[in-house]
Every structure is written in structure tokens, then in C-alpha cells.
Design a protein around this ligand. Sequence first.
Ligand code: ZN
Length: 390
Amino acid sequence: MIPDPKYSLSKALMPDGVTERFVIVGDDDRVHISSSWLLFMADTGRSPNTIRNYGARVAWYLSWTALTTDWRAVTLSHLALWRRAVEISPVRKTNGQSSMRTAKTVGLWMVPLRSFYEWADAEGLVTTDVASRMTQMKYFAPGTAAGGEHGRRLRVLTEVLRPAGTPVEAPPEWIDDAEARQRLETLTLPTRDRFLIDLMYRTGIRAGEALSLFTADLHFGGGSRTLGCRHADPHFHVRVDNTVENNARAKGQPRLLFVDEDLVEGYIDYLLERGRILGSNDKSAHVFVNMYSHDESRGRAMSYSGVKKLIARCAKRIDFDLTGPHMLRHTLATRLVRGIGCEAQDLDVVQAILGHASIDSTRIYTHDLESAKKAALKSLATRTITLAHE
Ligand SMILES: [Zn+2]
């Protein structure tokens, strides 16, 4: 509970005898050093309203802190306790009723505190690293919505200071079981499904990107000058401007991705079967078309719901909860970052493969270290056992 303030916000007449400024005063009538922070805010153009709000909140914080410790030597967990105290202290309304603060309001209580500690840290008053730990830099690349024209760095509160109830981005779901991955890799599927799964699982493209692919984008025999592409190794182009039939959206960055011989063979298998089944009815420019259906959708571009159903069928057969096609992408990304079954790759390489505009999007794959370690060792063990039997 927030006790009666030992410190309070007050107004003081400046030495010129005219100007009034906000100050924080103790119940012993001594001006607290945090008053210099309020003066600093005034000097840097903050509005009197802001200064009053910030000052009142920090005054309460100083009173609360004084009960247990020195405000100059607090740790992040002390601030988390303070946030909790604000959270569970009812607010008395003018009609006499009381209510709890919302998560958003509690978050706003932390803003002045951060401002205060940044100032105090710059003044050399703080003896811990609490000020630097309260904020972390978040970088938004130029050209992205958040980054604008020049790129932008934003400060965000660290996790511990986040009000309860603020949604924290869920870590990406991936196939963290080496045996489940192996079952998926070796599952017997119709040629189109096998190729689609492999393409997403091994190049990390989104379902929307796979569904937007045209056969003309697959340069599996190498590019040619007439196509304006000189890459000799098998590759394909993820484009965002294909005129699709299926409302699929390729929303990432256009990019070129290389493929290995297995994928090339998988594609050839699929093309042969596609030709056999659809014959002269094959008129779609899309790589992935319906060929196992017997209605009017046959021969048309495959839809997103078709991919989801395929993933659901695979989930059942490999006995692993695949929540959607994105799990294949998350799995590749996590493996590349962690070096699971491959050499660990630098984040910028993974970023380019995934088509992320900002490396911050790629950084989410540094998630879940514990289970990643477990999975890495497990996949190692699987291979060792396989070798021992051979
Ligand atoms: Zn090409």
C-alpha cells in the first residue's frame, strides 16, 4: 500500500522573487534533490502540467522507498515492487468509491520514474545500474513503418517493469523435438504436398509466399540471361508483385533463395505428376495448384486453407502439434540461429533468408534457449545412434 507521503510536491518562489517553480519537499520542510530534476524539466521545455504529474508521482515513490531503502541505491526489483504497490493500491474517486488502476495507468506511473532516474544517473547520484537497466534501445530500420525515413531508436521498459496484463509477444512456435522433425522430413506424401512442405521447411518462405510463386520464378536449372538472371545454381525468386489467382499475399521482402538437389528433384517429381493428372487442363501460372480435388477448383491455384489442412494432416501423422504453416518457417529460423542440424548462422544471414525488413524481427528466433539446447543435444544423439547402427 502507498503510505501517506513523506515527500510531497509543492511550489517554491525562486530567488528572483517572482517565478514559481515546482519542488519536492520532505515533511521536515527540506527541499529534496529531485527538485533539481523538476527544474531541469522546466528548463528543457516540459509543460507545467507534465512537471506537476511527474513530480507528484516521484514524490510518492520517494516516500514509499524511504521506508525501506535509499532511493539512490535501488535495484530493478525494487522498482518492480513499486509497480506492484501502485497496481494493488486502490484509487479513491471523488464519489467516495475506490477502484484499481488499469494496466495502462500503472504503466504511466513508471514513465516519470524512468525520467527521474535517467536524470539522477546523469548527475552521478545513482550507485546502481538501475537507470540503464530501466530502458533498452529498440532499433527500427529505415524504410519500415516504425523506422520512417531515417530509422529510429526507441526506448522501451524492460520486462520486469511492464505492467501485468501488458501482452508480451509470444515466442515463435517451432518443432522443438528432433524426432518429430525427422518424422516430418521423411513422411510419405503426394508429390505436391511433399514439395510444398520441403520448400517451406527448408527455405523458410511463408505460406503466402509459396502460394504466390509462379513456375517462372523457379530457376531450378539456373537462371538465364533472357530472364534477366545470371545465377547458375538452382534458385527461385520470391516476388511480391505476381498477379495471383488465390488471394495469397507475399508480404515479405522480395528475395532470391538457393535450393539443393533434393528440392530440385522433389519439384521434378511434382511436375511430372502434375502433368500426368492435369494434362492439357493445366493452365495456372502458379507453382502450387489443386490436383487431388475433383471439383471445379482442380487445376487452379492452391488456397491458404488447403495448406492449413495439409499441415493438420501432417501434424496427426507425425504426432506433433503443428499449429500452422508458420511453424515450418519458425523451425528453420530457430535452427539456423541456433545451429541445430547445421552450422549456426549470423543473424543478418537469417534475416536475408527470411526476408525480414528489420533484424529485430529476426532476433525473436534467439528465443527459448533451454529447449533449444535440449533439442540440439537430442538431435546430436539421434545421429550418433544412427551412425552406430550403420
Ligand atoms: Zn533467377
